[in-house]
Design a protein around this ligand. Structure first.
Ligand SMILES: C[S@@+](CC[C@H](N)C(=O)[O-])C[C@H]1O[C@@H](n2cnc3c(N)ncnc32)[C@H](O)[C@@H]1O
Length: 247
């Protein structure tokens, strides 16, 4: 039985407002936007407008509880099972969706990846999840690489369902997994939206390898025998009196 935590806040708002699956979808949208480093503000406000100040306070509390619960359960997908439960109770929106049980995802990840060999190779590992749901399968792979080699991963995760895309975005971002999440139909190769999370852009293995190569090349270059006259260089570049930038 999962602890009440974030679920309690969602259910409480839902009891006064609308179906739990709708409130949960809004919670996921607002949380994903909040994790997008200011790049999804308009989307956030569009959803937030539907809630009172007190409800928004409950939603932010729900997010805080989610983060705390995730810390207690590393790489567990807490969102997917709750979404399925909410959707199942909503006759209108029930889609009969089911996500792969974590034990199966973990087994598949272990079969697919030789983690020690990958860590030694230190090359980026691209991973494509074309129907990602809440991202449970990616979490199972990331757990194998954690904590020191999660940034080897370059994940592309796609789903046709916006709630799934938001859940995957939240899960992958909060667990530090570099990811590009696409909302769209994988079969028809259409993408409605796509979001790269903050980890996608951070200094990762590619940049480290580039920097290392740069240092190797720098060491190979022979040190100059004479001292460099900076004044002479400035003069030849006609920069003598222009030491600040012009705007
Ligand atoms: C059975 S769930 C599996 C989710 C996840 N891969 C897992 O194993 O837990 C299937 C997912 O595929 C998504 N899906 C179905 N048709 C799709 C399509 N044409 N393009 C992208 N995603 C699709 C659904 O929205 C759902 O999230």
């Amino acid at each position: 039985m999962p602890e009440p935590g974030f679920r309690k806040f969602i259910n409480e708002i839902a009891s006064r407002k609308s179906a739990a699956v709708t409130v949960f979808a809004d919670f996921c949208r607002m949380s994903a936007c909040a994790l997008a480093a200011g790049s999804r503000e308009e989307e956030y406000l569009e959803v937030a407008r539907r809630y009172t100040r007190d409800e928004l306070s409950d939603i932010s509390q729900a997010f805080a509880h989610l983060v705390q619960e995730m810390e207690r359960h590393p790489f567990a997908d807490l969102l997917g099972p709750f979404y399925i439960e909410c959707a199942a109770h909503s006759s209108k929106q029930a889609r009969g969706e089911f996500y792969t049980p974590p034990e199966i995802s973990k087994l598949m990840a272990r079969v697919l990846f030789d983690v020690e060999a990958a860590k030694l190779k230190k090359e980026p590992i691209t991973l494509n999840e074309p129907a990602c749901g809440s991202g449970g399968m990616v979490l199972a792979v990331a757990e194998l690489f954690a904590p020191d080699a999660v940034d080897l991963l370059r994940v592309t995760a796609q789903d046709i369902n916006p709630v799934a895309a938001d859940m995957a975005y939240i899960n992958l971002t909060l667990w530090g997994i570099p990811a590009r999440v696409i909302l769209g139909d994988t079969i028809s190769k259409s993408a409605t939206r796509e979001w790269m999370n903050v980890h996608w852009f951070r200094v990762g293995e590619n940049s480290r390898r580039l920097a290392q190569r740069f240092m190797e090349v720098a060491e190979e270059i022979e040190a100059p025998t004479s001292t460099v006259d900076l004044g002479q260089i400035r003069e030849s570049l006609e920069l003598k009196s222009q030491l600040t930038f012009d705007f």
